[in-house]
Design a protein around this ligand. Structure first.
Ligand code: SF4
Length: 290
């Protein structure tokens, strides 16, 4: 839930989720639509689908026991290298490395690595460094002070250090507990490292949605697999191709999907929001069927 989302926003969702699904077995037995409903408003719905699918896989293949092994964790839906390392080290104190937004910046600066941060070779170096710090089996002993605390605490401390001291634009080197080992700071290059790739160009999209009202009832459509926000309920919504009339696209879309002939009424709202590399203007209309 915390991926790309603040703690404050997550807390009420987390509490409702645990109240409804207090155990892995109950989550596995739940319907995907229930899981998605509890997630509604948090965004990034693939997280909810993957969580549910992972619970089902653990019940089916691991007798309901959460795997501890990095490779087994990695085989679960939605669990990539970072999440596998975070679960293994935080939950089971296993010597598993993690590299995420805060630690990759911290490690690149400590190493003075000025290659493009997301490059394959850079990432390989950062993961190897992270493995060394926690004493991963393939990398021998970790530095002795690290061993005193255990991999879970070390990983969390390094993430906090990146988040609070070695920040993206204002690294506080004089207050940093690892300044004596930092190559970027020694070379006064902490503001140049890490090197980031240019941001992707955003594409503008115009979407239109229509609320078709029949007394107290609204026409809703469940978004099918393959569409963005698959599985969620939504008003009929369409992206308007450039050069095509909004009204024609919406009425033809509703007719094709529901068999209903509608007329578009007045626009009632307009929102701007971003999804991945798209900058979307959503225009909302009232409508009625004929
Ligand atoms: S010394 Fe400065 S650049 Fe180096 S890790 Fe600490 S805060 Fe970051």
């Amino acid at each position: 839930m915390l991926q790309q989302t603040t703690v404050a926003a997550v807390i009420p969702y987390f509490e409702r989720f645990l109240a409804r699904f207090p155990t892995l077995t109950e989550l596995a037995a739940g319907e995907e639509s229930d899981v998605l409903r509890l997630w509604e408003g948090l965004g990034y719905y693939s997280r909810a689908r993957n969580l549910h699918a992972a619970a089902r896989q653990i019940v089916a293949e691991c007798d309901g026991q959460f795997p501890r092994d990095l490779d087994e964790l990695h085989r679960l839906p939605g669990i990539g290298r970072y999440t596998a390392g975070a679960i293994a080290s935080f939950a089971f104190n296993a010597p598993a490395p993690i590299v995420e937004a805060n630690t990759q910046r911290l490690y690149a600066r400590l190493l003075g690595d000025d290659r493009e941060l997301k490059g394959t070779a850079t990432q390989r170096t950062l993961w190897e460094f992270a493995a060394l710090l926690v004493g991963a089996p393939s990398h021998g002993r970790s530095p002795s002070t690290m061993e005193d605390f255990g991999p879970g605490a070390v990983n969390q401390a390094l993430m906090d250090l990146g988040a609070t001291v070695c920040t993206p634009t204002a690294p506080n080197c004089p207050a940093c507990p690892v300044v004596r080992w930092c190559a970027a700071s020694a070379a006064h290059r902490q503001h140049e490292i890490p090197r980031l790739a240019a941001r992707p160009v955003l594409t503008d999209l115009e979407d239109a949605t229509v609320a078709i009202v029949d007394g107290p009832r609204y026409l809703l459509r469940r978004r099918p697999t393959g569409e963005r926000w698959a599985g969620l309920w939504d008003f009929p919504r369409y992206t308007i191709p450039e050069g095509q009339g909004l009204s024609a696209v919406v009425t033809a879309g509703v007719l094709q999907q529901t068999g209903l002939q509608i007329s578009l009424g007045p626009q009632v709202a307009e929102f701007k929001h971003g999804v991945t590399r798209y900058r979307i203007t959503l225009r909302c209309f009232r409508g009625r069927w004929n």
